[in-house]
Design a protein around this ligand. Sequence first.
Ligand code: SF4
Ligand code: SF4
Length: 337
Amino acid sequence: MASNVGAREIVQAWGRILTGYRPNISIEITRECPLRCPGCYAYGDDHLGGGVTLRGLADYKGDELVQRFMALVDRHHPLHVSIVGGEPLVRFRELGQILPQLEERQIHTQVVTSAVRQIPREWAAFPRLQMVVSIDGLQPEHDARRTPATYERILKHIEGHKITVHCTVTRQQVRREGYLGEFAEFWSRRDEIRKIWFSLFTPQHGTECVERLTPEDRISVVNQLAKLRRVYPKIYMPEVVLQGYLNPPASPEECVFSKTTECVSADLVTQITPCQFGGEPVCTECGCIASAGLACFSKYKIAGVLPVSSIFEFSQRIGEFSRRIEQRVGAMSAAAN
Ligand code: SF4
Ligand code: SF4
């Protein structure tokens, strides 16, 4: 997901791409979640491409999870790890061992949670950890969708932390005047909140749902957010993201975020494609904040001529080529030994 990325991180990410690796990895650490949110993509029938679903996948616990998780990270050596679920806090004991190891490796980490249980206080000491709490609108709507992770519990469970609030904007929210402003006002007032993110609901092909935004809704959200970010500075909504929401990638092939992020499910093997949503997301209606930021960035032209996307594709091809060579050399020396 989006964060304040500096020049050093961009150079490091480019380095990873040139050596055939993706700079980001998103890992569904468990198949379990005590919530049953309507419209949850992780538990959709097609999330893992049909056949097996997240609930049907084997997952791990205890030391075995810690070892397998770290082995996966070490194989990919990413710059950024996003830990999602299911509900990651179901595995808070294992995370208590994993997070210090990620910190030691200087990896920026994000844990995306419903805050259905207490976030361990000691995690607040990790400088590279970002806790992101998903909150689906104001209390009445949120509690109806996300019990038992109610407002009351969230407020208790985030005490002692500095978290990022993440709200996925739906049609219902856009159509109630002042809704997003009330949301921003409520969460901005709290000391525990460092940032507020708004992403937009991303539908799947072949499904109709009440959350889906029309093109007019999308324009309305962008206009509202452009005003709200000035009133509530905790809202993280750079212009590039707003522009990205208005011009999403046409397909996964054009999505820089999808191409730079490896997504792995709870057995720590199964890949989620084309991006963290899995299934067949409608890219032209994508509302992912990270994808939106990178989409706009990739359209910039260096010296007014060469689009960043062309350099990116070229770099990726070089990376794939050098990684293939590296694998061949590795296989040849293994055979020679
Ligand atoms: S908390 Fe997340 S993983 Fe669990 S049901 Fe809700 S949306 Fe799905
Ligand atoms: S849905 Fe969004 S994040 Fe996923 S591949 Fe399409 S554009 Fe990228």
